[in-house]
Design a protein around this ligand. Sequence first.
Ligand SMILES: [Ca+2]
Ligand SMILES: [Ca+2]
Ligand SMILES: [Ca+2]
Ligand SMILES: [Ca+2]
Length: 485
Amino acid sequence: MATLAVLISDGAWTPEASASNAGRHPMLRQITRVTTGSISPPRVRLEQAETIVFASDADVLGIGTETAGREIYLYDNFASSLRRLTDSGSGESYEPSRQTDITHSGRPKYVAFVSTANLHPAVGNPEQNPEIFIVLTDSGAIQQITKTGAGIVNAEPYSSDGGQCLVWRSNGDLDDNDGSDPGNPGTNHSNADGSDEIFMMRFEDNALADRLTTQVSDGPAGTASSNPLIGGYWFPRQCRSTIFQSDHDQLGNGSVGSHIYDYTKISGVLDQITLPGSTGHNVNPAMSSASNFARGPFVVYESDANPLGNPQTGIEIFRRRLFKYELLQLTYQLPGDSYTPVVSDGGGYVAFTSSSELLDASRNVRGGGTPPFNADGNFEIFRTKGRKQIWQITDSSGCDNYAPSLQDNGKTVAFLSTCDLIPGLNPSGLPQIFVYSETKSSDPQLAACDVLDGCCSVSNGCYQARLGGQVRAPNNRTNFPPALP
Ligand SMILES: [Ca+2]
Ligand SMILES: [Ca+2]
Ligand SMILES: [Ca+2]
Ligand SMILES: [Ca+2]
């Protein structure tokens, strides 16, 4: 049972605790109530967090609505309505990216995903292998991006904020960039060996019809590059930087393990985000855009390496500022591990899941309770701001909170939880999607926030995040020299 329920019955939220979040009005909402099946990590739309996309085979739309395979769903975070975007027949659809934003884009909003179905017969997928598709969320029209044969696996699609580019992983041989575009010179890589590589595709027109695909990683058979992302500066919201992880030493500098790389579209150059020549398991990158003040972009990732010379503490979260060579260690605790970070534009907020005790008990903690705050070491959702502040967004035991997704201003965090965070609404402990958000006092959703509807707030007595100081690593920041040539 979630500790939150205990706190409610104890009446532990004091006016003092409420005042600690002056100007912030947190709400915690449960947006699914499935009774069977599974749900994939949610993906929050970046600018306004209007929508949350996920895949599921569960009874998302009510009892009896479970599906044979996974399908893609879109939740309207303002209207609190949910709709299914795919109908995959004998196949299934999964791994959706977030809905694209349209600021400065001229392109329609879409959601990229993987499907083994034959969703666009004019192109066709008779082999029913995993292909990349996009669904235009206003019209419902579906486009098939890849057309590959049996045995080819296309996976992990991720769209740039404005939808101009898509990156994904594939063991296919998909590059068609002849180098004639000086702003996108490409790499001349090919993939006859069928290893897992990262491909970056740019839509050349707003109708999303003309495409140019570049293979940005290059490893031999048996190696894998994965977890691609694409983004970069806010303006012009193009696809400058493709980030990915690889277990192949892409630059031949003696790196061992898994490392994170940055491909620059306008130059065709590959850089290494993690320390060149080092050993470690550096994975699960996420990337922000720059802030409006050109602070960033930032890449966050999890690592068991020890790049700052701290005592080895397991898997911790790091933040690397592109172009500045600045590395920050965001978590540090001997017990427990931290995973799957996501970062706001400008790098201010980072959310992640952790089994550690991360609030410094020697400093003032707002929001009630006494340390330790995660003595049972289950996975809780945390959010940091800079190097000083940390929120423990969930407080639970005997269940897990994981797979956070972050709005680009850092104010909305969607995540999966098997906990009964809103008392009585997840009695069977299935993975459900929850949304933590901070709103204005005038937000009508805050006024309507009712526990029976799946909404907890400070004012209805059901929710308060804890805000405290971070446990700091002895060394938590450094500037590396530019990557070796
Ligand atoms: Ca196919
Ligand atoms: Ca290859
Ligand atoms: Ca640790
Ligand atoms: Ca706990």
